[in-house]
Design a protein. Structure first.
Length: 391
C-alpha cells in the first residue's frame, strides 16, 4: 500500500494551493480530484484578485487587508496570469451609497493596502464620464476610479497545480474519494481511479472538496460531525458586447448588492448573483430569475442596450459557481467570506476547509500547512512558496 504524509481531496484553487504549500514544506502529497483541476467553483468565479471593497461595509477589515496583501503577492508571483485593472464606481442621485461614503471607503481601502501602487484612487471629472461608452449619465453625480486585479481563474488554478507537481506532489484527476478510515496513527483513503479501486495510507487528510465538503465527511469512519452550510450559487452572463476599458462596480437597482461589468476576452461579462440552493446538483444552471436580475441591472445603467428581452439575444453563454457559506439567518450577501478550517478533536488527522476566496488561497494553504506541521512535525523544506513564480 502506498503511503503519503498528506492526502488532499479536491483540486480547486484551495486544494492545489495546499498541495503546493505542503510539497514546498517537504511533505509527500497525493491530491485526488473527482473531475479536472480547477473545473468547478474555481473556474466559475468573478475572475478577480481583489481586496473586496464591499466587505468594508460589514467591517471585515482583517479580510480586506489580508486580501490586499495577497493581491500584491500574486501580482508579483504570477504577472502573466494576474493583471492590474481599473475599476469605476458611478454614483447617482438615487444611489444608496453617497459620494462621501464611496470616497471614505476607497480611502480606507488605500490605507489597508499599505499605499501600494494599486492603492491610489481618484474622482473622474464630469467631462470624461461619456468615455464610459453607453453608461447612463442622467442623475450621475460622481465617478470614482480605483485599482484591483483580474485573472483567468482556471488558468491560475492549473498553474498552481503544475507548481505542486514540480515540487513532487502526485495529482490524480478523475479520482473519486470513496472512504476515509481515520485511525490513531494514520488514515486509510479509498478512491476510484481509471476504473479500479485503490487504497493508500496517509498521516493526515485535508478535505478541500468545496461544495462537496460535507459529502466527503459522510464517507469518514468513525462518523464525524459536519458544519451546517448553505450552497450559494453565483451566476455570470457573457454578452456579445464589446468590452469596456476597465471594470464597472455597480450598485444593484433591485437591492443593496453590487455586481461587476467586466471585460472578458473582448466581450462583456456581468455577475454575480447569490442564490441559496436547496440541493446540490451535478451541474449548476442559471435560473430565469438570475438572468433577469443581471440583465435588468445592466439595462438600468446602459439603457441603449434595450430592454431585457432585447439584451437576452446577446447572451453568448453563462456559468455558475457554487460557494459554501456558514448557515446563518439573513441574506447571503452579508455573510462572512473567511475560510473556516475545521479539525474535530475526535479526528485529529483530518482537516476540512469551508469557504474561502480565490484571492486568499495562499493564506488558506499556509494555515492548513501550519496545522499539518503541528500534527506531523516539520520536514526539510524544499522551497519558499513566497518566491515560486506561477505561469
Amino acid at each position: 500500500m502506498e503511503s503519503y504524509d498528506l492526502v488532499i481531496i479536491g483540486g480547486g484553487i484551495n486544494g492545489v494551493g495546499v498541495a503546493q504549500c505542503a510539497s514546498a514544506a517537504g511533505y509527500s502529497v497525493l491530491l485526488l480530484e473527482q473531475g479536472e483541476i480547477g473545473a468547478q467553483t474555481s473556474a466559475n468565479s468573478s475572475k478577480l484578485i481583489h481586496g473586496g471593497l464591499r466587505y468594508l461595509e460589514n467591517a471585515q477589515l482583517h479580510l480586506v487587508r489580508e486580501s490586499l496583501l495577497e493581491r500584491r503577492a500574486l501580482l508579483r508571483l504570477a504577472p502573466t496570469l494576474v493583471k492590474p485593472v481599473r475599476f469605476y464606481i458611478p454614483v447617482y442621485s438615487d444611489s444608496r451609497r453617497s459620494p462621501w461614503t464611496i470616497r471614505a471607503g476607497l480611502s480606507l481601502y488605500a490605507v489597508l493596502s499599505e499605499f501600494d501602487s494599486l492603492g491610489r484612487f481618484e474622482s473622474i471629472p464630469a467631462m470624461y464620464w461619456p468615455k464610459i461608452q453607453g453608461l447612463k449619465l442622467q442623475g450621475l453625480k460622481a465617478v470614482f476610479q480605483y485599482w484591483d486585479a483580474q485573472t483567468d481563474d482556471k488558468l491560475l488554478t492549473r498553474a498552481v497545480g503544475r507548481s505542486a507537481v514540480s515540487l513532487g506532489a502526485t495529482v490524480l484527476t478523475q479520482a473519486s474519494c470513496l472512504e476515509i478510515k481515520h485511525g490513531p496513527e494514520l488514515c486509510r483513503v479509498g478512491y476510484r481511479h481509471q476504473g479500479s479501486e485503490r487504497l493508500v495510507s496517509a498521516k493526515a487528510v485535508v478535505n478541500c472538496a468545496g461544495p462537496w465538503v460535507n459529502r466527503v465527511l459522510a464517507s469518514v469512519t468513525p462518523a464525524i460531525a459536519a458544519e451546517a452550510i448553505d450552497w450559494v450559487q453565483g451566476t455570470h452572463l457573457l454578452l456579445d458586447i464589446q468590452a469596456l476599458d476597465g471594470i464597472l462596480y455597480l450598485e444593484s437597482c433591485f437591492d443593496k448588492r453590487v455586481i461587476f461589468v467586466m471585460p472578458w476576452y473582448g466581450k462583456t461579462l456581468i455577475g454575480t448573483t447569490e442564490t441559496v440552493l436547496s440541493s446540490l446538483g451535478n451541474k449548476p444552471e442559471p435560473t430565469r430569475e438570475e438572468i433577469d436580475y443581471l440583465l435588468g441591472i445592466y439595462t438600468h445603467y446602459f439603457p441603449a442596450a434595450g430592454d431585457v428581452t432585447a439584451l437576452s439575444a446577446k447572451i453568448l453563454g453563462s456559468f455558475c459557481g457554487v460557494r459554501v457559506l456558514p448557515r446563518q439567518s439573513g441574506n447571503a450577501f452579508e455573510r462572512p467570506r473567511d475560510a473556516l478550517l475545521q479539525c474535530r478533536p475526535s479526528h485529529p488527522r483530518l482537516l476540512s476547509l469551508y469557504g474561502g476566496k480565490l484571492t486568499t488561497f495562499r493564506r488558506t494553504a499556509k494555515e492548513a500547512v501550519d496545522w499539518l506541521t503541528q500534527t506531523l512535525g516539520p520536514r526539510a523544506r524544499l522551497a519558499d512558496v513566497d518566491e515560486l513564480e506561477l505561469s
